[in-house]
Ligand binder design. Sequence first.
Ligand code: ZN
Length: 453
Amino acid sequence: MRTHRIQGRVSGPLVAVFLGVLGGLALLALTRFEFALGGPKIDRSGRLVILINGIPERMARDVLLPNHAWVLQIRLPEETQPGNDEAFLVTLRSERTGATIQIEDRFSIQNGIATLAIPKSIGLATGLLSVRATYIDATGRHFEDQRRIRIRSWFGGSPIGERQIIHFDFEVDRDEDGVPDFLKDLERFGLASPDQRDFAERIAARIEERALERVERAYDATDDPNGTGRDRDPVHVRFRPDTDPRSLITRICIGGSDPLKRGSVGQVRFDLRNEDKTSVECGDEPVSGIFPAELEIYKDSPLYRAVLDPFLKAHGGTVLGKHPDDSISMFEIDADGSGNGSVWISRRRSEVDRAIAVIGDVLGSIMAHEAGHALGLVAPSQPGLGLFGGSDGEAYAHNLDAFGDPPSDLWLMNPGGRFSFEELAGQGVDGPLRFRPLNYAYLRDRVVVSDKH
Ligand SMILES: [Zn+2]
């Protein structure tokens, strides 16, 4: 038996946790307690629940885990306080070898959930692992939960390579007219005109910047999707508007319309386990890329109207570059008026800023979704074959719940055709679209997907 003490950043109240069995002093005490009373009386009024990676219980049941870096969480029964430092006990036992690892460690407890990111140093063996958690609260009530988790070996390295870059190419010129297709797209929305190339390029650059920021936020979520307790927990993929010859580049083009005219705003091939780390999603044959021109399918959305009408002649607006308040210098002044409010922002300028923000966020949500496909989301079937993704129809490569139905929650990798313009803009009732915890756990290499079941 080995004893590890793991030091780490801990926030919230501390509770000492002993992982270990048969010989652990705390457990001996518990065993004696069980003998004396004919087994502890388990309180059913509240539940102690073992969770993995912030994934709902039913979904986490089949998840296959690597031997470290996943997140073990214990949800404490509501409105309880631990009896003392030894009231909270978690035991890990390998069913294959019978070995138990005794660890004295500290979980971070926040909002009634005790969290531990499993470190490599624990040395978990592959195969089934029994996890048992017991908890005695300050009033002497006894709670417990037990589950089995499968630890898999790591086949062929992690799915997402260390050097993986997604290159979002806004310069693509499919129709070979010498002008990037994206600039032509902006003309449809009144945000550019052919004789004002300067304006078109400036606004394109601002939208591109905003869209990339939106993608970064999706993959570097600040709301701790896997409940690690860490401030930041980013996915190790870089997103760039240009290339880097030293890296593995997946190129996704942004510009033009869907060649098949199905009104699809994006189509990137689903790449199981990100096996092709240098794919090119830029073609007419097969159709792939992101098609901003198709955003017109949302033209009846109230937000679309409010944002773009000021630039559309047919709706009483004036194309960007033709309004008396339009000047190229409007792109130089910070939107917040950088001299502490001393810069006056014209109404026209506010409309321009709003169009940049909304179109940038909508495109960014689509880019984050399509990049997800290129990285292997969402693999069909249950873990360890898949990640609860569908295999046909609109559910293909998109989220399903544990019952095989479309999820009731709004997640970024749900079927794309179901999102409204407002939701893509992050202005739906739930705010910006996010990866669901299982998708995020995959992107962080915390869930192993394998065809070797
Ligand atoms: Zn999709």
